[in-house]
Design a protein around this ligand. Structure first.
Ligand code: NAD
Ligand code: G6P
Ligand code: MN
Length: 445
């Protein structure tokens, strides 16, 4: 069979994740052939570090693929079939503010959760919508696979403002945990599992996990998670050995599991269910962004610079993003109508009948060339429904606040966040974040 060759633009070309995604695309050319890869970023200097190395990698692995890096949207978005979007509006400089300002008030400071996540959301909304508009102007048939964060708020904004655009919002966290579940059960990969999962992005639970024969894997998984969370050190195959922060997060899933042993949680509930523990555990002068800069950014960028200086990627320490393979799965499902079952962030529309129709929920979908067909989850229990509705109201209010330029609604979103204490604390931290984000947020009335 002759497979159509795709042209791809990676938006946020200067991302630390770009090299692993390029390596993963090159490793999958047999099932997802490519004729062109473009990198697009609005920071030419940052992108150049990554692009110079990626150009060499592409030339060495697949010289037939045309490669270019640009900051010009027309060049980037003309003649493309897929836009893989992973931009970080405001870059690490603003992630630093998102994490450290809330901590001054004793609140969780996190990339996608709580008020820091809301701050990031208000920066991402206009930038992601701009990418969609570029894509629709210059390549109207293109699909955007978006994992720019905070994915829940971005997905809600896209639903509200660009309801007909071809945008699929995705997250690697369930994938990452499912890889761990597979290891716990003695399987090779997440592809050996069939799951039922529901929630909002970074706010979901598995209610059922089976193998391909239909055998229930929940008892085995529950026994492991009750003891170790999703940390794989006891099995001797923990993939994040160089990152104690993530290992702690996986271990902490044990405490999250205890809140409802009928399901298996994602790790992000630690920020909502144990905020005081998280704050007490955080050094307010050295937060996650500092670790990312000291670990991931340093490793990736210094290796990119080494490749560019040597003119070859031979012996590189850059690794294929195995978790990123779901991006190829998704692109294949669209390009070749594979009808693969995947977790996506889609409009509820009755899949969970006791949640609003317009909620952007993360649930299994069958994906083919006309997009995702969400599966029916059915009614969910009170505990999950209550938590989800509160967080959903936060996300809806943030998006309404953005489009209506409403200070009042944004303050309400802050008050409603489960990570919040009093309304006056909410107001103080909001005013601080408004000042810090004045180059990014719209003026609020
Ligand atoms: P990064 O800062 O290293 O890279 C982001 C790049 O985006 C930067 O080069 C920056 O210049 C560029 N950028 C910012 N605004 C832009 C705009 N308007 N147009 C074009 N380019 C722009 O960040 P990172 O740590 O590599 O993460 C990238 C993004 O991917 C973040 O949003 C992160 O949260 C997200 N992410 C999401 C998932 C998921 O599960 N959904 C997983 C991993 C990373
Ligand atoms: C997971 C989440 C992403 C998030 C990332 C943060 O992969 O799914 O949405 O961006 O973690 O990781 P970091 O190492 O940057 O803190
Ligand atoms: Mn995510």
């Amino acid at each position: 069979m002759d497979l159509h060759e795709s042209s791809i633009v990676i938006a946020g070309g200067g991302s630390t994740y770009t090299p692993e995604i390029i390596l993963m695309l090159l490793d999958n050319l047999h099932r997802f052939p490519i004729r062109q890869i473009k990198l697009y970023d609005n920071d030419p200097d940052r992108q150049k570090i990554v692009a110079d190395a990626c150009e060499i990698i592409v030339r060495e692995h697949a010289p037939h693929i045309a490669f270019l890096a640009t900051t010009d949207p027309e060049t980037a978005f003309t003649d493309v079939d897929f836009c893989m979007a992973h931009i970080r509006s405001g870059k690490y400089e603003m992630r630093d503010r998102d994490e450290k300002i809330p901590l001054k008030y004793g609140l969780v400071g996190q990339e996608t959760c709580g008020v820091g996540g809301i701050a990031y959301g208000l920066r991402s909304i206009p930038d992601v919508i701009q990418l969609i508009d570029y894509m629709e102007k210059w390549s109207p048939n293109c699909w955007m696979l978006n994992y720019s964060n905070p994915a829940a708020i971005v997905a809600e904004a896209v639903r509200a403002a660009r309801p007909h655009s071809k945008v699929l919002n995705i997250c690697d966290m369930p994938i990452d945990i499912m890889e761990r579940m597979a290891k716990i059960c003695g399987f090779d990969s997440r592809k050996d599992l069939v799951v039922r999962y529901y929630g909002l992005n970074h706010f979901g639970w598995w209610s059922d996990v089976r193998d391909q024969d239909g055998s229930d894997l929940m008892p085995k998984l529950k026994a492991y998670v009750a003891e170790n969370g999703y940390n794989l050190e006891p099995l001797g195959c923990e993939p994040r050995m160089n990152d104690e922060d993530w290992r702690h997060t996986y271990r902490f899933a044990r405490e999250l599991y205890a809140t409802d042993p009928s399901v298996l949680p994602t790790t992000y509930f630690k920020y909502y269910l144990y905020p005081d523990h998280v704050v007490a555990d955080t050094d307010p002068t050295y937060t996650r962004v500092d670790m990312v800069k000291d670990i991931r950014e340093k490793e990736v960028f210094s290796e990119c610079e080494r490749i560019a200086a040597c003119g070859t990627s031979e012996g590189t320490t850059l690794k294929i993003g195995v978790h990123a393979s779901f991006i190829v799965d998704l692109a294949c499902a669209i390009a070749f109508n594979t009808h693969e079952r995947m977790l996506l962030i889609v409009e509820n529309q009755g899949s969970i009948p006791n949640l609003p129709e317009t909620a952007m929920v993360e649930i299994p979908c069958i994906v083919g060339s006309n997009g995702p067909e969400p599966l029916r989850i059915g009614p969910i229990p009170w505990f999950q429904k209550g938590l989800i509705e509160q967080q959903l109201a936060v996300e809806k209010l943030v998006v309404e606040a953005f489009f209506e330029r409403s200070y009042q609604k944004l303050w309400q979103a802050f008050i409603l966040s489960k990570t919040m204490k009093d309304a006056d604390v909410a107001k103080a931290v909001l005013d601080d974040l408004i000042e810090a984000n004045k180059d990014y947020w719209p003026e609020l009335n």
